[in-house]
Design a protein around this ligand. Structure first.
Ligand code: OXD
Length: 310
């Protein structure tokens, strides 16, 4: 019988707890509360406070209820030394990301944004379709979720480019890698999809300098973290017309404050960090399977490398 410590800074805390208790019926799952220093075998968390994990070096692993490790890595030295942090690997998020990106991409490519505006004006007006072979889709970040997006976009015959920290070979994708590959990637990308992990290297990457390397009329879809984008720079480039528009699911501050200028800019589509949610059953089943694998002394996927930042 394992003892599992749970904490989720999430509006779905109760659903997570319920799903965990169903999946780990033969174990003890307890919600961490301040002052609880009792031993546990595993922790399952989302955005835990430093106090929960500090000094817990006897944990066998810390499982995240999401794909991004940026929040937990911010705990720095408060993370127990030598304890693996394990992120979710897809677990149903990949297909949601692909749906979101394809929706935003097709909305722009098929000019639905303009047809919606025309409809509001009572206007019946045919618009010439864009050329698909000029509509290069550049996916920034080729991890599990990035590759799922690439697969989906390829189905619509868009030319696809990919950028990753280290070189990757993906069939049908023109690949760029590393700092030296970024320039060429951006200059050749018409629709930029950001699905990068947030690290010291990627924070603020989409600033004026880099965004203006995109060709005139480019479009941005950000499903990663708000901190990848310099929001003032993006707004300026949209208002100048260099960037035609953006679909953003993530922001520097969430919820996006009511006075944020993005709300007033109709070329910027806003969604409330919903591109892909961690699915309760799929995520918990994946964690249970990985726990079992660890108990057998076998390797698992998704271990976070703190030195890399994801
Ligand atoms: C995640 C998220 O990282 O939901 O999984 O943002």
């Amino acid at each position: 019988m394992a003892s599992i410590l749970f904490y989720a800074d999430s509006q779905h805390e109760q659903e997570w707890l319920h799903t965990l208790r169903n999946a780990f019926m033969h174990d003890v799952v307890r919600t961490w509360t301040p002052g609880d220093h009792d031993a546990a075998d595993y922790a399952i968390v989302w955005k835990p406070p430093a106090e929960m994990l500090a000094g817990r070096t006897s944990l066998k692993a810390i499982f995240l209820l999401g794909a991004g490790a940026d929040a937990i890595l911010q705990l720095g030295d408060a993370l127990p030394q030598g304890v693996s942090v394990v992120r979710l690997d897809d677990a149903g998020m990949g297909v949601q990301m692909a749906e979101y990106v394809c929706h935003a991409l097709l909305r722009y490519f098929r000019r639905f944004d303009q047809y919606e505006a025309q409809r509001d004006q009572g206007q019946w007006q045919f618009l010439m379709p864009f050329e698909k072979n000029e509509f290069t889709v550049g996916v920034l970040g080729l991890g599990v979720l990035g590759q799922r997006i690439v697969d989906a976009v390829k189905q619509f015959d868009f030319p696809v480019l990919g950028w990753s920290r280290t070189p990757k070979h993906i069939d049908g994708v023109t690949s760029y890698a590393g700092a030296e590959g970024l320039d060429g990637f951006l200059r050749a990308t018409k629709v930029l999809v950001c699905i990068l992990p947030l690290t010291a290297e990627t924070r603020g990457l989409l600033n004026q300098d880099n965004l203006q390397k995109l060709p005139q009329g480019a479009y941005l879809i950000n499903v990663a973290r708000g901190a990848h984008v310099n929001e003032d720079d993006l707004l300026r480039l949209v208002q100048s017309g260099h960037i035609a528009g953006a679909t953003l699911d993530v922001f520097q501050q969430e919820p996006l404050p009511a006075e944020h200028p993005f709300w007033q800019e109709s070329r910027i589509q806003i969604t409330p960090h919903m591109a892909a949610m961690s699915l309760f059953k799929e995520s918990v089943a994946q964690i249970a399977e990985k726990m079992q694998t660890l108990e057998q002394g076998l390797p698992i996927r998704g271990i976070v490398d703190a030195s890399r930042g994801y």
